[in-house]
Design a protein around this ligand. Structure first.
Ligand code: UD1
Ligand code: UDP
Length: 366
């Protein structure tokens, strides 16, 4: 059995890394197809280096562009490769344009699709990610739901139960595998002159936030208010999209907020775990703050990670005045919640359930 692992962005590299490591460990025949959706060193190569991942066999260098342009280029190029180097299963992770292109190319060639992190729903169709997830889930053959909640969403949409496997999220595997390494290999607090639990971390990159002048302005005002109220610095390793839009709208970094380059995964894990609190619109960062037991305030109007809110790790603030109220509330919380995303063995479960199911079907056919 041959697997093609298709990835293209920072979170996909990080969340696929435990699966890639398992493939190596188990001697599975696989290759990596990188679309090049992310390409800047600090959004791409740094993760291959830090996580000691093998080079991608194919890199499409698709780069940035409008949705149709970016997804279209990927679709054309992925199809060519899947025809030439046909796998039995294509594995995709999450909800990016890379995922949509990879799964569309595979389904038209009647190649089976495994969707890691299936069944997440924000119920907000204005988000490009929601469209990508829904389409991918409905054309996938193996749906790896991180939790029972995501499984329930899939069942509610009529997806048959035999296709769904609750595995936990590989974000836990990655965090557990790399947290200790990060403690020995990075000293980000010292480099940034920070003291444990005496700073906040912020990230923002969602199109609906950073591409919208009003929302981005309100988020930055929220950071200023937080600094005025608590006197702690806010460290904001900014995604290139956020940097571009802050510049375009003529905003300045508010007093107390330190806008820095995106960090490597090891440095970022360390920064997150030492933080007093995290403010974010990132999916992965909501999950990691929950796993690392650091309170989180989400700078969005909804989340496809309701488990983090249910266990008490996260509050949904939107982009306005609720930011300060939610921050106050979360600072009073006791971070002893349960981690809803599994035990750090999701990658093993993904491969085990997929291989068992595939082999059973194959032996039934013959
Ligand atoms: C994409 C995903 C989003 C995911 C995020 C992870 C889609 C629709 N969106 O958003 O779901 O949460 O990745 O980070 O797939 N840029 C660079 N260097 C890079 C990559 C991007 O400078 O390596 C800049 C470019 O100006 C580009 C912009 O960031 O136009 C946006 O990049 P893009 O890949 O389109 O979307 P993301 O915001 O990264
Ligand atoms: N991350 C990182 N460096 C940073 C910011 C984030 O390594 O400066 C990691 C973070 O630990 C998480 C992932 O990037 O695993 C989240 O990616 P992102 O926020 O870009 O995308 P999302 O999860 O929202 O799709």
């Amino acid at each position: 059995m041959k697997i093609a692992i298709i990835l293209g962005t920072r979170p996909e590299i990080i969340k696929m890394s435990p699966i890639i490591r398992q493939c190596e460990k188990q001697g599975i025949n696989y290759y990596i197809l990188h679309t090049g959706q992310h390409y800047s060193y600090e959004m791409d190569k740094i993760f291959f280096e830090q996580l000691k991942l093998p080079q991608a066999k194919y890199n499409l260098d698709v780069g940035s562009g409008k949705h149709g342009e970016q997804t279209g280029k990927m679709l054309v190029a992925i199809e060519e490769i899947l025809i030439k180097d046909r796998p039995d299963i294509v594995l995709v992770q999450g909800d990016t344009n890379t995922v949509l292109a990879g799964s569309l190319a595979a389904t038209k060639l009647q190649i089976k699709i495994g969707h890691v992190e299936a069944g997440l729903r924000s119920f907000d169709r204005t988000m490009p990610e929601e469209t990508n997830r829904i389409i991918t889930d409905h054309i996938s053959d193996y749906l790896f739901a991180p939790t029972e909640t995501s499984k329930k969403y899939l069942l509610n949409e009529g997806i048959s139960e035999e296709k769904i496997f609750v595995t936990g999220n590989t974000v836990v595997d990655a965090a557990y595998q790399n947290l200790e390494i990060s403690k020995n290999r990075a000293n980000v607090l010292e480099e940034l002159s920070l003291k444990e639990k005496e700073y906040f971390v912020a990230t923002a990159h969602r199109a609906e936030n950073v591409d919208n002048k009003e929302r981005l302005g309100r988020i930055l005002s929220g950071f200023l208010q937080i600094y005025k109220e608590f006197g702690l610095p806010i460290i904001f390793p900014a995604h290139p999209r956020a940097v571009k839009m802050i510049k375009k709208f003529g905003f300045k970094s508010p007093k107390g907020t330190r806008l820095i380059e995106p960090l490597g995964y090891l440095e970022f894990l360390q920064l997150e775990s030492g933080a007093r609190m995290i403010l974010t619109d990132s999916g992965g960062v909501q999950e990691e703050s929950c796993i690392l037991k650091v309170p989180c305030v989400t700078l969005r109007d909804n989340t496809e990670r309701p488990e983090t809110v249910e266990v008490g790790a996260n509050l949904i603030a939107g982009s306005g005045e609720n930011i300060i109220e939610c921050t106050k509330k979360m600072l009073e919380s006791d971070p002893e919640w349960e981690n809803p995303y599994g035990y750090g063995n999701a990658a093993e479960l993904v491969l085990q359930s997929m291989i068992t199911d595939y082999s059973t079907e194959y032996s039934d056919d013959t």
